[in-house]
Design a protein around this ligand. Structure first.
Ligand code: SF4
Length: 328
């Protein structure tokens, strides 16, 4: 197929397909998806080798969020029964980091609900945590704290934060369908600020929320323009009580196709599979690497349990892949 030959040639050279070209891949019949995976596997190996980024997170401040993201159990607008608590103490977050390191994670992200961290007390907990983590664990320090002001991001960087995570979730066109309490441009600006401050920036989205292929490709083009370093890919695991509780899961082949299209549009970037992996991919989850992913989240997700980390480590071993060390 001409589009796959073109994707391979360009991908090996590190040049991604344009959105217009990528849309052709979305029209390939499911029976041809495995041919696409043989292309994405070669492209991933060329740029990422056989190493896999393993990251883990802690939900450091849960629930009580004033935003209305329709996929999220942490919004106060929905009755989801999610645990609610303010910022955890520094010692608890550091303990969670140690635990994550013992299961094999090499990046650790402090995640908080909401779009802002404004209380002085919360900022000092975060700076104290980051400083303690430098001695306590050998993992890369990442955080996902919303749309932070530049000076707060800068303070955290000076305290040892290395990566900043902020998902755009979906395309600008589709965003008003999933969130009405803040604008897409505020999220884009947070990503720009993190890039300007020199963070390694993770920004991606969530799929299976009612978006079209055009939306997925629009998101990929936006991330490409922003030159983010890593793209977290989440698949919706519908949460009871949210507006999307009745959404139908993506098929495993849909998930693989999404990963593959992102790899072929951004051949050199890190692509990390996060929430909803085992629920959506089921027995096909080991194919995420052939589809182009070079990382995955291990352990629990924000509000839902993940797979047992030992099973994920065994999967990597069986595939001949190995966890990447911490030097980026
Ligand atoms: S995704 Fe973030 S901002 Fe949106 S409702 Fe959930 S916690 Fe709040």
């Amino acid at each position: 197929m001409a589009i796959l030959e073109q994707a391979l040639d360009r991908g090996l050279r590190g040049e991604g397909l344009s959105g217009e070209e990528a849309i052709e891949l979305t029209a390939l019949a499911d029976s041809h998806v495995f041919e696409m995976l043989s292309v994405t596997d070669k492209v991933r190996r060329r740029h990422k080798g056989m190493e896999v980024n393993l990251c883990s997170i802690v939900n450091a401040k849960s629930g009580l969020c004033k935003e209305d993201c329709s996929f999220c159990a942490q919004s106060i607008k929905y009755d989801t029964g999610v645990r609610e608590y303010p910022m955890l103490p520094a010692e608890t977050i550091v303990e969670a980091a140690k635990m994550a390191e013992s299961t094999g994670a090499r990046e650790f992200s402090i995640v908080t609900s909401g779009t802002k961290i404004e209380k002085e007390q919360d900022i000092s907990i975060l700076t104290e945590t980051l400083k303690s983590m430098k001695d306590a664990v050998g993992m890369e320090r990442c955080a996902s704290l919303g749309i932070l002001k530049r000076d707060v991001m800068k303070t955290l960087k000076e305290s040892g934060l290395e990566s900043y995570h902020h998902n755009l979730e979906t395309s600008a066109s589709f965003f008003p369908n999933i969130c009405t309490t803040h604008g897409y441009e505020e999220d884009v600006q947070a990503v720009r600020t993190a890039k300007e401050l020199g963070f390694y920036v993770c920004s991606g989205g969530i799929f299976g929320i009612g978006e079209t292929w055009e939306d997925r490709i629009e998101l990929a083009e936006t991330l490409k323009k922003l030159d983010v370093d890593s793209i977290p890919v989440n698949f919706l695991n519908p949460r009871p009580g949210t507006p999307l509780e009745g959404a139908k899961n993506l098929s495993p082949i849909d998930c693989l196709r999404i990963i593959a299209v992102f790899r072929l549009m951004m051949p050199r970037k890190d692509i990390v599979i996060c929430g909803g992996r085992h629920v959506n991919l089921r027995d096909l989850q080991s194919l995420i690497f052939a589809a182009g992913a070079n990382g995955m989240m291990i352990g629990n997700y924000l509000t839902t349990p993940g797979r047992e980390p030992g099973a994920d480590m065994q999967m990597l071993k069986d595939l001949g892949l190995k966890p990447r060390g911490t030097v980026r």
